[in-house]
Ligand binder design. Structure first.
Ligand code: AOF
Ligand code: ZN
Length: 369
């Protein structure tokens, strides 16, 4: 693997990220065509139904594609879906060499695209910047293989692991730059979920607010087993470019349902876990039916715990501020008793550790137990 190859794959990843959160139910993909060391075509998948990344890049390259190499973040497809097979298009265009990050987890592709290319005598390499390429299509993979959205628990915490003081103050723990980054992230997820406690305490809007009004609002989801959300809550009333779903149980009071529906919310009746309210598994399944591939969990500790216990947290995105609250009466990320034994701990792998303003941004993914 050479630095030259990594540079082109980095560019393909950069292009792919432009489509992140916009392509559902498809994955974001980027492609760069290189001839004699010069980029002659670039493309990314913009949205489902539109051309795949490779096709965009081929169009740009034209005749220059003959004898060229292509760097694609994902294995070129071998099937005809909303669009035709990219592997075939690459063969017909006379591409000489294909370098990809990872195989397509879609069972109808799953290595067949690479096999098609090899059969046509094209040099194929896979695994370049695989970790980053895999990370990017995580939501697509979970959606495709597990039939549910990938979940990212996002929180701002102090260096001693608190999300609020003993008096319940939480604004603000993270720095301004981190808070802006959260809005960039909201712009790329399909839905945001909070527990009703967070609605009652903070009255959040859960919209995307970026400078110059850029970005789009994710679907907002409130988990509320007893329908305590006030119809006048900002998340229900406020202006947003996407709807709000209140997830509840069959026990919900019909009168409250009507009041919330009249205020503009959609009520989703989910299965119930005896004594614990909404069954998160059934809720995530219902969200997958709406093509929600990436779900961000914005709190609080009760909701986080219910998803953790159900093993439904896939990633964490923590903004860690250089602040100490210095006690144990404030809230942490999870409510209730912990695992008790270290051998029972939930283990993660750090994917990225960056500085954002004065904070650390840590992205990690849960390891299988
Ligand atoms: C690629 N390049 O840019 C993307 C791919 O319905 P279609 O025709 O759009 O096909 C969607 C499937 O194609 C999707 O499930 C995934 O397997 C693959 N996505 N493949 O070669 C791309 N977005
Ligand atoms: Zn394709």
């Amino acid at each position: 693997m050479t630095g030259r190859e990594e540079k082109f794959m980095c560019r393909a990843l950069e292009l792919a990220r432009l489509g992140d959160g916009r392509t559902r139910p498809n994955p974001p993909v980027g492609a760069v065509i290189v001839r004699d060391g010069v980029v002659v075509g670039e493309g990314w998948h913009r949205r489902a139904g539109q051309p795949h990344a490779e096709i965009e890049a081929l169009l740009q390259a034209g005749e220059a594609a003959r004898g060229a190499e292509i760097y694609v973040t994902l294995e070129p497809c071998s099937h005809t879906g909303r669009t035709g097979p990219c592997a075939m298009a690459l063969i017909e265009a006379g591409i000489r060499r294909v370098v990809t990050g990872i195989e397509d987890p879609n069972p109808v592709v799953a290595g067949r695209g690479l096999a098609m290319l090899r059969q046509a005598g094209i040099e194929v390499e896979t695994g370049l910047l695989a970790d980053e390429c895999r990370w990017l299509i995580g939501p697509f993979r979970t959606f495709m293989l597990a039939g549910r959205p990938l979940t990212t628990l996002k929180a701002a915490v102090t260096l001693d692991g608190r999300t609020a003081t003993g008096h319940g103050e939480s604004q603000w723990i993270s720095c301004e730059e981190s808070r802006l980054d959260v809005h960039r992230f909201r712009d790329r997820v399909d839905a945001i979920m909070v527990g009703v406690g967070t609605v009652l305490r903070d009255n959040p809007r859960l919209t995307t607010r970026l400078p110059d009004g850029a970005g789009r609002d994710p679907l907002r989801v409130v988990v509320d087993s007893r329908l305590r959300t006030p119809p006048e809550a900002a998340v229900v009333r406020g202006e947003a470019g996407a709807g709000v779903i209140i997830a509840t149980t069959p026990q919900a009071d019909p009168q409250r349902i009507r009041a919330l529906e009249a205020a503009g919310a959609e009520i989703l009746i989910c299965d119930e876990i005896e004594g614990q309210g909404v069954d998160p598994k059934s809720l995530l399944r219902a969200l997958a039916e709406r093509e929600i591939m990436h779900l961000m969990l914005e709190g609080g500790a009760t909701l986080n715990r219910s998803l953790l216990k159900a093993r439904l947290i896939d990633r964490v995105r923590l903004y860690v501020a250089p602040v100490l609250f210095g006690g144990d009466d404030g809230a942490g990320l999870f409510s209730g008793p912990d695992v008790g034994y270290i051998r029972a701990a939930h283990r993660l792998r750090y994917h990225r550790v960056d500085r954002v303003g004065s904070d650390l941004l840590i992205e990690g993914e849960m390891l299988p137990c």
